[in-house]
Write a protein that binds this ligand. Sequence first.
Ligand code: FES
Length: 163
Amino acid sequence: MAEFHEKNALLFQKLKEVIDGKKQLQDPLIEILREAQEIFGYLPIEVQEFIAQEIRVPISKVYGVVTFYNFFSMIPRGKFIINVCMGTACYVKGSPRLLRMIEENVGCKLNETTEDKLFTIAAVRCVGACSLAPVFVIGEDTYGRIDSAKKVKEILDKYRKEA
Ligand code: FES
């Protein structure tokens, strides 16, 4: 934990300024977490503990809020988030297999980020494109009926080139 603080001293300083500016608000937690995520890119436990101490709330409360809202993330996020649909239609049509193909292609698991910070794999509920099942979504783009590792590679290579 100390090591994380040392490495990120400047970011903690910035966060402290944000907290000092918002401490007096009636319920500043969500607002502070939102800004903390902008500063750090994600909300590791060290950052949550720091916020809890500074605004004097139990760490369990901070953790509860972070895990409740899906726009908060406890893992570093990659440039592209690969959202694999795990809704019923996609599941039945093979999203677990699709997920495995994506994991193999990028070299990290669900809820992880690749070492080069290019991709994060996440699972989502139905994205409303069931007729294309199994589906995954990157940004605004939806990819459906993906049934081979070759197709996965073709799609992900586009993002690698863009990076
Ligand atoms: S279940 Fe995947 S798009 Fe609906």
